[in-house]
Design a protein around this ligand. Sequence first.
Ligand SMILES: [Mn+2]
Length: 421
Amino acid sequence: MYRLIHSADWQMGARFAQFGARGGRLREARLVTLRRALALARDHAADAFLIAGDLFEDNQVDDSLVAAVVDCFRAHPELRVFLLPGNHDPYTGPDCVWQRRAFLAAPANVHVFREAGVVELGDGAFLLASPLHQKLSTTDPSLKLAELAAGLPADALKIGLTHGALAIEAKHQPNDFPIALDAASRAGLDYLAIGHWHNWLADMDGGRIVMPGTPEPDRFANDASGNVALVELDAHGRPPRVRALPVSTLAWRSLAFDFLSAEASRAGLAATMAELAPAAERTVLRVTLAGTASPAALVEVRSWVEAALAPFLVGQLVDRTRVALGPIELADLRSRHPILAQVLADIDRLEILAPGQLSAQAAPASADATLPENVPAPSSLTLAEVQALLAPSKIDLTRLDPEFFGQLRRLLLQTLQEVAS
Ligand SMILES: [Mn+2]
């Protein structure tokens, strides 16, 4: 029997720019995960450790990171490690990551497939690899494996290794290295280890094509990532036994606070965050604020959420609220800052006129309805007036989304508070 660990899409060096300086913590976690996966390979007495492309985020990653990754492999001399250049880290010649000093001086257990080729694994088993040499191509990289397989004994156990999108109708780009859905059986392979997509996918071509997904989650939406595949192969022609082994270091969680039900939101959020607290150092947590809030309520909730996020490895606050003044605040603003009040009313009108938001047409009158009678209601802009106003600055009304209007209101009200204090 031949036993291997198959992984892909580590994307070491991924920047996670959306988390600013804290992105470094996510990069470090990936090395921890790689060490864990290698230790699992040892514990399961695997004969080989395959990385089916995109070990690195790109060919420009730091030398120190490349050295740290090679050191992970060096710590397991008992394990044969086979690395395949993918579309993120294609083998493109002297300047690519695979030609760095750390790889040119790599230990004997590390094998990089710079070109397509076959390695004899022993016991009549062969590993056939088709690496990528560019970032995009309409050619199926598994065709190369069929060519290589044709030169091997028909009854030999054959394991393929390549990288690309599964050619599922309407689910892939034509230039994304489309791999035929029968690529393994077509080439006479007993197992085809591929990488590219980030969720676990193991039911193609009679279970002979496996995409293990990224071993470390990289977005809030990934629901089937965080694994490597443990694969057991008995003999040529026998179906592989494949099992997902969880290896991820970090968990990504996304929570919400809605001002529509502020009290229930706060209680629910507090309870969930308390549940997550013991694993705070291993959790990437996003809290999205939604609904309509007064400036004072928003400041209070923001500071509460920010404090609650502090213990987490990465805490991200996404503010999608709409700032609204209550009747008394609005009346006060109109008497003391009539021009600003008019600007805010114009922003409300603009948002209503922005296409896609016409359903809110009826909404704006509500604030005015509760106004004291002695406060004059602002006049409303017409669509023609708005278009005439925006035309000279070439602003396209359709490009102004709710987030833009939210930021605009916050900025104005913030400035007002700063000026007032
Ligand atoms: Mn890829």
